[in-house]
Design a protein around this ligand. Structure first.
Ligand SMILES: [Zn+2]
Length: 384
């Protein structure tokens, strides 16, 4: 099958982040089994989702993992001019469908290359590692990377994550964490605002603290010009369950905030300082309302940043196989940092432009798929 034929199959599976992905996983597994490749499952707890991995080549150290996710973002509310779940070739050099760019185009190139990998009689193995629920917070990659570490007796060395990068090697990625903060104050008639503890007022102080913290980091010169924006961003994007009426002091306020860290900053350190500030508010208000609490929990598993040093072997590897010498960094979160945390030298390099991802009329340029096929061919030759 050609890359385009495989891509047409892959985009027909409407597997959004959060959905069961068994339909697309089974199709990919059958494709690989048909070629004689054994596929390993990494299921979720209730068996409704699974990541997949497989090895092509001998069980020796030093192999390369090619990694991508099988889920896509929703299309609801987007003005598509074609069926988002049918690959459309408009004869303008681009292939249109949800996921064509992010990131089933890369998966299709990898699957297309498997017969070539098999023929190449690899001396060092190539692995495929396919995850689910990437689009709702990179939820599955840590278990997938851990399983790869435990399942194989040999140790793969590299991971290439094929997120859309226009086939540009990417060695830096921001991390992201999302926190949920619940403020419990005391309810009462709004005239008693100096007597009760308004959860909304205290939440407002906390949210402003977050913005001030971001600005303080910038002023301290914690800047990384590889990223846009070039600093850690901290932002509250959602409030809920906050108050019941204008004339009732709110006893509860809940808000969610995200931190997108540049590699030199640590989300855990920002959280630590935030919690110190929370404690100071609790102490201040203890006389008025001893039951006043502020509780912050992690709303999503942390997605660590990626900061692959230029002297790591994976950098010369990706330069060789992509044919591109320059190195870039991206501000979106991806699974690369998670693979790096699991002990693999990781880079991002994949077909398509991130600007075309997640929007109506998403597409991948055919010449990007060809460049990716060529990269995989060079990789097989290098490993052969
Ligand atoms: Zn993606």
């Amino acid at each position: 099958m050609t890359t385009q034929q495989i891509l047409a199959q892959l985009v027909s599976f409407q597997v959004l982040g959060g959905d069961s992905n068994l339909s697309i996983a089974v199709w990919i597994e059958e494709y690989l089994n048909h070629l004689g490749v054994e596929v390993i499952h990494v299921p979720n707890d209730d068996g409704t989702k699974r990541s997949l991995h497989c090895r092509i080549g001998p069980a020796v150290d030093g192999g390369v993992i090619l990694s991508g996710h099988m889920d896509v973002v929703p299309v609801a509310g987007q003005a598509w001019t074609t069926d988002p779940f049918a690959l459309t070739d408009k004869a303008d050099g681009n292939l249109y469908a949800r996921g064509s760019c992010d990131m089933k185009g890369f998966l299709a190139c990898c699957l297309q290359a498997v017969p070539y990998f098999l023929k190449a009689e690899l001396k060092t193995p190539i692995y495929l590692a396919l995850s689910y629920d990437e689009e709702i917070g990179c939820l599955a990659a840590p278990a997938l990377a851990k399983h790869i570490n435990e399942h194989y007796t040999e140790k793969p060395k590299y991971a290439i994550i094929g997120e859309p990068s226009m086939m540009q090697p990417v060695v830096g990625q921001k991390g992201i964490v999302i926190y949920k903060t619940i403020v419990n104050g005391s309810a009462g008639h709004s005239s008693r605002i100096k007597t009760e503890v308004s959860a909304i007022s205290e939440a407002a102080r906390l949210i402003i603290w977050l913005e001030n913290k971001m600005n303080a980091l910038i002023e301290e010169g914690r800047i990384d010009d590889r990223f846009s924006p070039n600093h850690t961003s901290i932002h509250c994007g959602l409030m809920e369950q906050s108050g019941i009426a204008p004339n009732v002091i709110s006893d509860s306020a809940t808000f969610y905030w995200d931190v997108r860290v540049i590699p030199q900053d640590k989300a855990s350190q920002i959280l630590h300082e935030f919690e110190n500030y929370c404690q100071s508010l609790v102490d201040t208000n203890a006389d008025r309302f001893p039951g006043f609490t502020i509780e912050t929990t992690s709303f999503h598993p942390d997605v660590p940043p990626l900061d692959t040093p230029e002297d790591q072997d994976v950098v010369s590897l990706i330069r060789k196989v992509s044919g591109v010498d320059s190195l870039a960094a991206v501000s979106y979160a991806a699974e690369a940092g998670q693979f790096a945390e699991a002990g693999f030298q990781a880079v991002i390099c994949g077909p398509g432009d991130i600007a075309q991802a997640h929007r109506a009329n998403e597409f991948v340029a055919k010449d990007q798929l060809i460049k990716c096929e060529q990269m995989l061919e060079r990789l097989a030759n290098l490993m052969g």
